[in-house]
Ligand binder design. Sequence first.
Ligand code: SAH
Ligand code: SF4
Ligand code: F3S
Length: 450
Amino acid sequence: MRKNNVYIETYGCQMNVADSEVVMGILQNNGYAFTDQPDNADVILLNTCSIRDNAEQRIYGRLGNLKKYKDDHPGLVLGVLGCMAERLRKDLIEEKKVVDIVIGPDEYRRLPEFIDHAFAGEKGIGVKLSKTETYDDIIPYREDGLSAWISVMRGCDKFCTFCVVPFTRGRERSRSLSSIVDEIALLSKRGFREVSLLGQNVNSYYDEAGYDFADLLAAAAMVDRKIRIRFTTSHPQDLSDKLLYTIAGHPNLCNYIHLPVQSGSNRILELMNRTYTIEHYLDLIDRARNIIPGVSFSTDIISGFPTESLEDHLMTLDVMNKVRYDGAYMFKYSPREGTKAFRMEDDVDEETKTKRLQQIIDLQQRISAEINNALTGTTDIVLVEGFSKKSEQFMSGRTDTNKVVVFPAMDSISPGDYVRVKIIKSTSATLFGDNPEIVDKYQPSEKLTA
Ligand code: SAH
Ligand code: SF4
Ligand code: F3S
């Protein structure tokens, strides 16, 4: 019997989730099938992340315990894909004897060939980065569902001094607008209700026909008004007014912008090579709030970047108080070999990093709770995802501002419906709604007049 059962595990950001679907698309075209159990797999693939040291440590741990599958199943091929493949290359094969193939993000088309060679006992490394590969013509393998991810661009040219992504993903390049629109049309036929357009900096999207990201969003929004469109991530340097007006102009473009600030101190932002000042950033937030009433924001923050003083840290808390983000992803600085910041001294001690991070987390929780609490009594539209985690008497879904809402289940309501609910209480993480009513037209902006 041909060995063709593949098990794939995905770590890291949503780009990796989307890439795993591209990988599965490529493997399926080559006669492979998929299993969700490593026990009966002929090929185990880990799609990996290098963003912080703890991300890599988790994967090393996992490689350690996958060794038992190899012991039980000689001939099993174990592959490392994604960002760690690019960063560690042959170390992975030389030091981690369990690994057979190492394939970086731009070499997935060659995966079937590498797997065949590995079945024949030949280990392989494919880590060349490409200036043009976008996998434009590959139809990703997707289970039926409500939400889909689509990578619209790859790579990053920003070179923030702390970040490995420009090294693991290579140069920026965009897929064509028409291929993305076609893919959304296919998802619409299959009943999907939400599409997230992905890129490390979607604002640099620019395709060969000269369309920018605002053009892409407008075209994506027109495919099916019942599909709501999200996007991530935007870099504050080049988020244009055209983009803001486009979001404001289409009901199914979510009123939600993930806009990583990283630090509140101009001195640190400069050391990070973020290329904007806090004044520019706050002005952008004001413009967005004026152009898109009700828009919500989330952000990324790093605590303890080299030379960060108490004063710098307080400036970060100050920006959080000024913007009042709906949510934040918050991290301790982790030095990454090969980056510019790696050559700066990692001089904020662990205890201080942890303490500052905790203050950032506490402040964000308080702000999220206050923002959510103020929503009591308003109504909003929720895309129903299914039963709530805790009980089948409740269902849950998200608002277009990406907030989770839990509300009473009803026989007439199914996943994929849009319902209008009245918010009756909240925590920092969840809203609770009542009186769910199905709406057939998606009009999230009506919450503004509630
Ligand atoms: N392209 C996105 C970020 C992708 S990485 C952007 O520029 O907004 C996601 C987040 O991980 C970053 O925003 C940053 O906050 C964090 N991050 C990246 N490198 C890091 C490092 N070396 N240490 C700690 N956090 C890091
Ligand atoms: Fe990394 Fe900066 Fe690029 Fe984001 S914009 S992926 S943080 S280099
Ligand atoms: Fe990680 Fe690579 Fe994404 S480093 S965050 S998987 S681009």
